[in-house]
Design a protein around this ligand. Structure first.
Ligand code: NDP
Length: 261
């Protein structure tokens, strides 16, 4: 049997074991997927090897460690600067980022996205900015502070203090605002001005109705939360674990069932 796990801190809430184990069972794969609470990111690869894993997913706050500590890096993960998937290949651990294609697949179902505003400037924002730009979207990044501007040198970056509204097809919230509170990532007036000329709004937060998406809905935008992104990143990781053996739709069917249990 091949063993897999998700590493993070905290990790008890992770739904990844359920998604992958249900898909293993439905597709008759001899695998098991667990979860590991990691205290120190430096231990990621040694834990992976001690547990004799064939693959793993990595969540907050170890995605940068995953990229750096792996033996090999996929081109997309390298360009983004973080990895959420590790796969053992001929005794070497290779790092991938499936958050970015997972997000891209979810938002491409909205329609054509010529321009996008990403709110927030953390690791997730960088992954989303990269993949949107790769797909031909003009990307602007807006953050409450200037401090992470250096991570976005190839994009248009604005701190709140020097931002003026343009037209964006898509507006994305990548900040945790609204996750444990009822906050917006930026002031309501500014967000209303942004939404006034936008078509689609996406919040990476899932499992909770956020004020950001409520406002977007009120202003008649098409909206999505991060649940589908979570599902799609898991499908792309599963595809890497099983080396392309299954169709996307087959994996999706079983994981969708697991997600809605
Ligand atoms: P980071 O901590 O790296 O970045 C957070 C960013 O949000 C920073 O730019 C920070 O600004 C800004 N920010 C934090 N709090 C607020 C606030 N109250 N108001 C406005 N801005 C704020 O986080 P990550 O990029 O790693 O993750 C972001 C979110 O994405 C998390 O909620 C995570 O759960 C979610 N996520 C969802 C996925 C999915 O599959 N749906 C996948 C991956 C992540 P500053 O720079 O000033 O500190």
């Amino acid at each position: 049997m091949d063993c897999y796990a998700v590493f993070g801190n905290p990790i008890a809430h992770s739904i990844s074991p359920r998604l992958h184990n249900v898909a293993f069972r439905a597709l008759d794969v001899d695998g098991f997927y667990g979860r590991v609470l990691l205290e120190n990111g430096e231990d990621l690869v040694s834990e992976f090897r001690v547990l004799a894993l064939r693959g793993a997913n990595i969540t907050v706050p170890f995605k940068e460690f995953a990229l750096v500590l792996a033996d090999e890096q996929d081109e997309t993960a390298n360009a983004i600067g973080s990895a959420n998937t590790l796969v053992l290949k001929q005794h070497k651990i290779k790092a991938y980022n499936t958050d970015a294609p997972g997000f891209m697949k979810s938002v491409s179902e909205f329609g054509v996205i010529k321009s996008a505003l990403i709110i927030g400037a953390g690791g997730t924002a960088r992954a989303l900015a990269y993949i949107l730009a790769q797909n031909g979207t003009k990307v602007s990044v807006l953050n409450r502070s200037e401090k992470r501007a250096k991570n976005f040198s190839e994009f248009r970056f604005f701190a709140l203090a020097n931002f003026s509204v343009e037209n964006y097809d898509l507006v994305v919230n990548t900040t945790p605002a609204g996750l444990i509170d009822n906050e917006l990532p930026v002031g309501e007036k500014l967000l209303r001005d942004v939404f006034a000329s936008s078509k689609f709004a996406f919040d990476v937060i899932y499992g909770k109705k956020t004020k950001f998406l409520d406002l977007a809905k009120e202003m008649k935008l098409d909206v999505k939360d991060g649940k589908e992104m979570l599902l799609y990143q898991a499908i792309f990781a599963f595809d890497l674990f099983t080396e392309g053996e299954f169709e996307f739709t087959e994996i999706k069917k079983s994981m969708l069932y697991a997600l809605n249990l």
